[in-house]
Write a protein that binds this ligand. Sequence first.
Ligand code: PRX
Length: 657
Amino acid sequence: MSLIESTVHDGLVFPPPADLAARAEVSGMDAYQALIAEAARDYEGFWARLARETVTWRKPFSTTLDETNAPFYKWFEDGELNASYNCLDRHVEAGNGERIAVIFEADDGTVTHVTYRDLLQRVCRLANALRRRGLKKGDRVVIYMPMSIEGIVAMQACARIGATHSVVFGGFSSKSLNERMVDVGATALITCDEQMRGGKALPLKSIADEALAAGGCAAVSSVIVYRRTGGEVQWNPKRDMWLHEITECEADICEPEWVGAEHPLFILYTSGSTGTPKGVQHSTGGFLLWAAQTMKWTFDWKPSDVFWCTADIGWITGHSYIAYGPTAIGATQVVFEGVPTYPNAGRFWNMIARHKVTTFYTAPTAIRSLIKVSDADPSVHPKSFDLSTLRIIGTVGEPINPAAWMWYHEHVGGGRCPVIDTWWQTETGGHMITPLPGVTSLVPGSCTLPLPGILAVVVDETGHDVPNGQGGILVIKRPWPSMIRTVWGDPARFKKGYFPDDLGGKLYLAGDGAIRDKETGYFTITGRIDDVLNVSGHRLGTMEIESALVANAMVAEAAVVGRSDETTGEVVVAFVVLKGPRPEGAAAEKIANELRAWVGKEIGPIAKPKEIRFGENLPKTRSGKIMRRLLRSLAAGEEITQDVSTLENPAILGQLR
Ligand code: PRX
C-alpha cells in the first residue's frame, strides 16, 4: 500500500491551517496550480518575472535562459547585480536600516542584536580591508569560521567585492581544509582564534596554521583572524592579521562590485560517490533569486517573523537560509553559536521562547536526539516552554521518519504549525520539493510536491518516466536558476556526474531514489542511490573514508558502508584488513580507536566510523570486486539471503559478522 493510502487510513493527513492559508504568500492549491501553469505556459517568462520582482538589478537582463552550451546553462547572463547590495543596502535604502537583521546568541547565552544598518557597515569595512589587501573580483577566499556575525559578514564582504568565497565547515580537519584551499586556489583565508561549542573552546587558528603549512597554499597571502575567545594563537606577522584591527580604520561605505549574473558567488565542497570532494560552483543571480524566493514561498515569510535556521554556515543550508536568503528579503533571524544540548537539551525551545521565533528550521537528527532526552527529562521537553509564537516548522538534510515528524508536529508545533519537509541539495542551491504551508496537505515522511518551476520526475535507469507508485531515480527535467553551474576546475566531472549519458544527457541526476504516491503524486525520498552516506544530515562519501583509512600505515584494505541508525539516520561502519594479523579482543578495540582518531584527523570528526570490524580479507567476487551489498547486510546484522555463489571467499562472512 502506498504511503498516502496507508497514512490516510491512519488518519494522518494534515491540511494547511485555514488562517495561515488565508494570509499565505501562496494561498491555497489554486494559487499553487496557477504558478505551475504559468511556468508550463512560458517557462522562461515565469523565471524572468520572478527574477525582476525579487532581485534588484543594477543592469536588467535581456536574456533569461541560454541553453547553447547545455548542460552549462546560463541564466540572466547580461544582467548585473551585487548580492551584498541586494541583502543589505536595498533594505537600508528602503528605510529599514533599523530593522534587526541578526539576533545572535552566543554559546554562553550572550545576545547581540545587529540591525541592517550595522550589518551593512561591518560588511563595508571588511570589504574595504579586503580590497586594500589587493583582493578583487574573481579571487577565491576561504572562510573557516564558527557560527558568528563575523562569519556572515565575511561571506557578504566577499560578495561585495566580487570575490568568490568557499566556506569550509569548522568541524573539518586541517587536511580537509588544506585540500579545499589548494583546489579552489585561495589567496586569502578568514578564520578565528577559537570557536565556542558546548562550553568548550576549540581551536580553529591552529588547525588553519597546520593546513597552511601542509603545502600548496603559498598563494594565501592574507590570513584574517576574528578574535572570538582571546585564546593563545601562533602568529605569523607576515601573513596574519586581526579582523578587528584591519577593519578599525576603514570607511563605513564601500561601493559594491557589480558583477554579471553568472559570476560565481561561491564554491562549496561536498562529497560525491567517487574521488575527492567536489567544489559545487554557484552563480550570483540565479542563486540569490531562489534563496529569496523560497524564503517567501516555503517559509511564507512576513516582516513580523523571527526566522531561525539552526544549520551551520559551513553547509549549503547556512548559505541559502542564513547568509543570503533571509538577508535578501530583509528578514530578522536568530543565529546561534552553540549546540542544542548545552547547557541542557532544552536550549532550542528556550531560545524559541525568548526570541519569539515564528519559523524554525532544523535537521531530523537534532529532533530525534532531543526526543530521546526529553522523554527522560520533562524539564527539557518542549511542552515545558512557551512555543506559541511558532507558526511554521521545517526540516532539512535527511529523511524524517513519521514518528519523529509526529513528535515535532505535536510537541514543537503544538499541532498547529505545518511541518515543512524540504528536499534539496548543495547542488540545487535552494528548496526543490517541499510542502508549502498555505497549500499542501501534509503526510508525515513525504516531502510532497515540487515548487513551481521545478520539474521533478521519477525515471528508470534509461531515463524514462516510471508510473506513480513505482520507485525509481529522482531527476529534474529542466534547468532552474539556482542549479550548480559546474564542478570547480572539473567540468567533465560535472557533466558526467549530473547529466549522465545513460539518462540521455539532459536530465539532472540528483543521486537520490524516490517514489511518487499513486493518487496524490507526492514524492517520498528513498535515499541515495550512490555510495554517499548521510550521517546526521551530513554528506559523506564512502570512498573518501576508505582512502583516509588506507592512508594509515597499519591498513591494507578498507571498505565503508552505512548502517541505518535511529538517531543519526545512518552511521559509518568500516571493514578493515590490516597489514599485520587480524586483531581480536582488547587489541582490536585499541586499533579501532586509533583508526577512528585517524579518520577524525584526516577528514574531520563527523567522518569517524561508529564501528570498525577487522577481517583477514573482504568479501570479493572472483574478479576482485568488493561485494558491498553483503557488507551492508553484515553491518545491519541481517541474515545473508543474497546470492553468494559469485563470492570467492564465502568463509570470510562468518569472520566479519
Ligand atoms: O539524500 C538527500 C538528502 O541530503 C542530500 C543532499 O545533501 P547536501 O547536499 O549535504 O544538502 C543537505 C541540505 C540541503 C540529498 O541528496 N536530503 C536532503 N533533504 C532531504 C533529504 N532526504 C530526504 N528528505 C529530505 N527532506
